[in-house]
Design a protein around this ligand. Structure first.
Ligand code: FES
Length: 268
């Protein structure tokens, strides 16, 4: 939605209200620990920023750059990676094409998909992993690294599409007993001085807050970006799905949570 809007309506000179970068998908370029950057499709985009940061701040760092594409026609940033790689003696690049064209011969390293056996065949060191790609790619790599015993805190990822969510089956305004959490609760929005009754008739506390006139910060509405994080002052909440964003202790992601106790209070 956002990309189409930008292409259709925004020109040079347009003024946009934007947020600064946010989130935990961040590579500190300074340490010397080996790092593995894994992407497919347009998931290569954040990897470019990471690669360039290491090129400037720590060009000797051991770094593997795996990227999967269908063929050379849709392989983004090939030239830019080649230029950035100059002088990075610790860098190993591995391109995987799933359906290479005849003219691609000599421009990729293996045929198929980026997967854990391939990664393991090249990466023997303990390393930090950064992943960005399609949902299927992310799911299989994360599961494979976990099965290989890579600690979860060494694997960071960023989704560029939302995970599939269960289709809504309940008409708006009706309680959905299938969703987790309390069907009745008293919710206080402490900063706004509002106390309202929750009757299970909203998917999450963000939608509930909006229905009562509040405008909490939010972006993805899927537990990915962390923008809606809010301090929980009293009570408990239950997440409808595991959050992707990391959440500070004492805070909750209101876009995926529902009341889990008879009374809750949020710093909103
Ligand atoms: S809006 Fe992105 S995590 Fe809630």
């Amino acid at each position: 939605m956002a990309s189409n809007f930008l292409h259709d309506h925004i020109q040079e000179g347009s003024i946009l209200k934007v947020r600064p970068p946010n989130g935990s998908f961040v590579l500190d370029p300074s340490p010397t620990d080996p790092v593995v950057l894994l992407s497919n499709g347009v998931g290569i985009t954040p990897m470019m920023a990471m690669l360039k940061a290491v090129a400037v701040h720590n060009p000797a760092r051991k770094i593997w750059f795996f990227h999967g594409a269908r063929d050379g026609r849709v392989h983004a940033f090939r030239q830019e990676v080649a230029m950035t790689a100059r002088g990075m003696e610790g860098l190993t690049i591995h391109y995987v094409y799933s359906r290479p064209q005849p003219e691609d011969q000599g421009h990729f390293h293996s045929q198929g998909y980026v997967d854990v056996p391939l990664i393991r065949s090249l990466v023997r060191d303990e390393a930090d992993y950064f992943l960005c790609g399609s949902p299927a790619f992310m799911t299989s790599i994360r599961a494979g690294l976990k099965a290989e015993g890579v600690p979860e805190e060494r694997v960071r990822f960023e989704m560029f599409s939302q995970p599939p969510r269960a289709a809504a089956t309940t008409p708006a305004g009706e309680a959905d007993a299938a969703l987790p959490g309390s069907l009745a609760a008293t919710v206080t929005f402490a900063r706004s001085g509002r106390t309202v009754e929750w009757q299970g008739d909203h998917d999450n506390l963000l939608a509930f807050a909006e229905a009562h006139g509040l405008r909490p910060d939010h972006s993805c509405r899927a537990g990915i970006c962390g923008t809606c994080a809010c301090r929980l002052l009293e009570g408990d909440v239950i997440d409808a799905e595991p959050p992707t964003a990391s959440v500070a202790p004492g805070s909750v992601l209101i876009c995926i949570s529902r009341p889990g106790s008879a009374k809750i209070s949020l710093d909103l």
